[in-house]
Design a protein around this ligand. Structure first.
Ligand code: GLA
Length: 388
């Protein structure tokens, strides 16, 4: 009996201390991640060039704060003491110096690794080294950890991610914890107290409507988000994967629609394009402050699909101060005319002023029906504000 009591006392403080760092993601994190364009082909030079481009393009100003090095920064093996280390050829200055550089430029430093034994690109994963790795990340000044799920063997997802959460907490540096478990074990049901965001799907690709498990288009991912809205909120977001805005497989319209709908979904906005070569057109999408404000709305309520119909879907998101975002999406391959009697949108109460967020124009009130043409794969995105 005495031994049991002592054991209980010894165990208690650890589990009582086990928690994620709170309050790090009151709104969905925004930034840039290397994976969608560069895969594992990253380097110190590339990251610094991207940081400069994020500043000169106005992206940093628009809120893209985290620069996340995805897979491929690691050396092929740990050092003799088992420490995770970077590839010195790609990152000659080392991770701490890169972190300092990013902080000096006003960014936050993000990094990727994996809950399994190896990352998906074959570099050392964290399994069994969580506490040692967390201390390394903290010492480099890391602010955001994306933690993948390759080579996990028979590991239990919830337990494995909890271990890394505890390791981060023990290391003492507040680090946003981004679970990248692809939605396999429904993290929305168990990850709220573990991470600040969790992937809900497999990998996105720059395609409007691809349905391969390893390469999904955004239309397919969007459909799979229906019903998940109730699990998201400040500090615990659904992550339908990073942005493909501006990447070659999407037209301008498809990029704009993807961005609009990700904002309705309260998705983390991680740009995945080559910002150094971004066209002005693409820049107008990624830096549209009024659309970003939908994503970053402080109420923190994810939007939902109100209605779906061949040729039109209606998505809605409740915003702070009684406002609503409403998005009409033409999911068909032909242009459609959309007619909306606002009273049919049962979530609206009373009359609202309407602002078109892509045209950046006030277009009247909900007293009048809306009639408009919407191109194939395009959206119309409105912000509705109660008319006084
Ligand atoms: C997985 C993740 C991707 C990316 C790659 C890197 O596929 O889902 O987002 O991080 O690993 O290898």
């Amino acid at each position: 009996m005495k031994r049991i009591t002592i054991l209980l006392i010894l165990c208690l403080p650890v589990s009582a201390a086990a928690q994620k760092f709170k309050g790090l993601a009151p709104t969905p994190p925004m930034g840039w991640n290397s994976w969608n364009t560069f895969g594992a082909g990253i380097s110190e030079k590339l990251i610094k060039e991207m940081a400069e481009a994020l500043i000169s393009s106005g992206m940093q100003q628009a809120g893209y704060t985290y620069i996340v090095l995805d897979d491929g920064w690691e050396a092929g093996d740990r050092d003799k003491q088992g420490n995770i280390i970077c590839d010195q050829r790609k990152f000659p200055g080392g991770m701490k110096a890169l972190g300092d550089y990013l902080h000096e430029k006003g960014f936050k430093f993000g990094i990727h690794n994996c809950a399994g034994t190896k990352t998906c690109a074959g570099y050392p994963g964290g399994r069994g080294n969580e506490f040692q790795d967390a201390r390394a990340y903290a010492s480099w000044g890391v602010d955001y950890l994306k933690y993948d799920w390759c080579s996990h063997g028979s590991a239990n997802a919830e337990e494995t991610y909890k271990t890394m959460r505890d390791a981060l907490y023990a290391a003492g540096r507040p680090i946003v914890f981004s679970l990248c478990e692809w939605g396999n074990n429904k993290p929305w049901l168990w990850a709220k107290d573990i991470g600040h965001l969790w992937r809900t799907t497999g990998d996105i690709t720059d395609c409007y409507d691809c349905q391969d498990v390893y390469a999904m288009g955004w239309k397919f991912i969007l459909a799979s988000q229906v019903g998940l809205e109730k699990y998201a909120g400040p500090d615990h977001w659904n992550d339908p994967d990073m942005l493909e805005v501006g990447n070659p497989g999407l037209s301008f319209i498809e990029s704009r629609a993807h961005f609009s709908l990700w904002c309705i979904l309260a998705a983390p906005l991680m740009a995945g394009n080559d910002v150094r070569k971004m066209s002005d057109e693409v820049k107008t999408i990624l830096t549209n402050n009024e659309v970003i404000a939908i994503d970053q709305d402080p109420l923190g309520k994810q939007g939902y699909q109100f209605m779906t119909h061949p040729g039109k879907e209606i998505w809605a998101r409740e915003l702070s101060d009684g406002d609503w975002a409403v998005c009409f999406f033409n999911n068909s391959d032909n242009p459609v005319k959309i007619r909306v009697k606002w009273t049919h949108l049962s979530f609206l109460k009373g009359t609202y002023k309407i602002r078109d967020l892509w045209q950046k124009k006030d277009i009247g009130t909900t007293r009048d029906d809306f009639i408009g043409d919407v191109d194939s794969h395009d959206v119309v995105l409105f912000r509705l504000t109660p008319a006084k």
